[in-house]
Design a protein around this ligand. Sequence first.
Ligand SMILES: Cc1cc2nc3c(=O)[nH]c(=O)nc-3n(C[C@H](O)[C@H](O)[C@H](O)COP(=O)(O)OP(=O)(O)OC[C@H]3O[C@@H](n4cnc5c(N)ncnc54)[C@H](O)[C@@H]3O)c2cc1C
Ligand SMILES: NC(=O)c1ccc[n+]([C@@H]2O[C@H](COP(=O)([O-])OP(=O)(O)OC[C@H]3O[C@@H](n4cnc5c(N)ncnc54)[C@H](O)[C@@H]3O)[C@@H](O)[C@H]2O)c1
Length: 449
Amino acid sequence: MANNFDYDVVVIGAGPGGLAAAYTLSSSKKVLVIENNLWGGTCPNFGCDPKKMLYSVVESKRQANQYDENGLRGTSEVSVDWPSMIKFKQSYTDKIPGGTESGLASSNIDHVYGTAQFIDQHTVLVDNNKYQSKQFIIATGAKPSIPEIPGAELFDTSTEFLAMPSKPDSIGIVGAGYVAIEIANIAIESGIKVDIFQHNDRILSGFPAEFTGKLAELLEKKGVTFHWNSSVSQLQGTPDGSITLSTNDQQTYTFNHVFAAVGRGANIESLHLDKAGVQSNHGGVIVNQYQQSTANNIFAIGDAVSKSIPKLTPVASYEGRYVADFILERKTDPIIFPAIPHTVFAGPELSQVGVTLNEAKDDPQKYQIKNQSVGSWYSYHRVLDDSAQIATITDGEQGTLVGAVVLSSNAEELINYFTEMINDRKGAKNLPDQIPVYPSAASDLSYLM
Ligand SMILES: Cc1cc2nc3c(=O)[nH]c(=O)nc-3n(C[C@H](O)[C@H](O)[C@H](O)COP(=O)(O)OP(=O)(O)OC[C@H]3O[C@@H](n4cnc5c(N)ncnc54)[C@H](O)[C@@H]3O)c2cc1C
Ligand SMILES: NC(=O)c1ccc[n+]([C@@H]2O[C@H](COP(=O)([O-])OP(=O)(O)OC[C@H]3O[C@@H](n4cnc5c(N)ncnc54)[C@H](O)[C@@H]3O)[C@@H](O)[C@H]2O)c1
């Protein structure tokens, strides 16, 4: 350990990013992890994992209903029992904080509960204790942004949604990004009335409009009401505990809960970054190509960073492993990100990776687009996925795959195959080398390309 410091590396935040860094460093460095909420961070406690447990339940119901009159009896009886579904989720989430703490202890990683704030470039304060370290990794993640309107304190967030002990009759959701669409789908499939208020006229702005339009239509068919170009101006509590939501065009609506889903902002206010010479902007901590902040002994990773690439769990852990390897001098080159796939779990799923459809359309000399409605293909007909649509984008000259968009019930798996092909610089000509399982998502790849 470096002289005069308590630790070699202090990691602030025990989410997927911080933990990936801490475990990689632990074999040869003295490491402390500081956490001020649930050990494990957002993804396993209030994010991806609990969300996908609820999604798995409602998807089973949706898929059972698809087979109504197609060989399955009793589908009209299939319904979601909200309290049991939440208990199922807790059977996983209840174990996360304790399991994470004991994992740290058994790897000889010190851990302290509390909020870290910098006093100077080498010292943080947690409650009244000071911890000095040669290096720091900021891995404090993000928290939901709340619209600044009268009654804002009445907003709930995705965290409360995923923990609601009983099923409400109705919910309002402000925003139409990842969080809004995923919770809307879980809620509507569970028999909750859902209204979405979106300040423009589309959902999921990072995905191509021809795919998001189709997904919005599917959600509308399920019963979701979209209020397009609608700005929410005020929330007010009512004596019976409901919430009245007003919009700028003088309409009012009443719900049991209203959820803010207008984005997430880096969790950095409590850190007193200025005391350590770390600069930030509205997106989070500013870092260079080595994930290093403006103070060269302080790194930042995951959702706490100001960056244009997606803020996702595998990205946070990838950055955590990179920074640890950089500190251990196993890596000296700037961080390079492979193609990063992303998926909205909305029954069906919408996935995207690589060069976008818009980028490809803007450069027809360079890219070739194959955009196909595949609902009638055997693989999609078998699961009655009539609306399935898949676009592949290839580099015109080489024929290598550079991008893909998938709207289907197996999109999360298919996009992983496409991602592998993009990273391995493969195209249609490489597929005959493979013998996939038939029938499966992989066996469709050669037709899709
Ligand atoms: C509802 C929801 C669903 C999601 N679904 C997916 C999905 O399906 N797939 C996917 O890839 N991503 C998903 N995400 C995003 C994913 O959860 C995040 O990208 C990921 O958790 C980021 O990891 P992180 O380590 O950067 O931060 P976090 O997981 O947020 O961890 C940061 C930790 O730092 C702690 N902390 C903050 N400030 C301090 C401080 N001053 N002192 C001490 N500790 C502090 C926090 O309490 C937190 O535990 C979802 C997010 C949400 C909200
Ligand atoms: N499946 C996944 O991978 C997954 C799931 C959930 C969250 N996440 C991560 O969490 C991040 C945050 O998700 P999110 O849905 O909160 O943010 P988002 O950026 O995906 O969407 C925000 C939405 O709110 C709208 N909006 C913004 N300001 C508004 C306002 N004042 N009034 C009404 N609408 C407004 C935007 O137009 C957009 O539709 C995602 O970007 C993603 O990185 C990922």
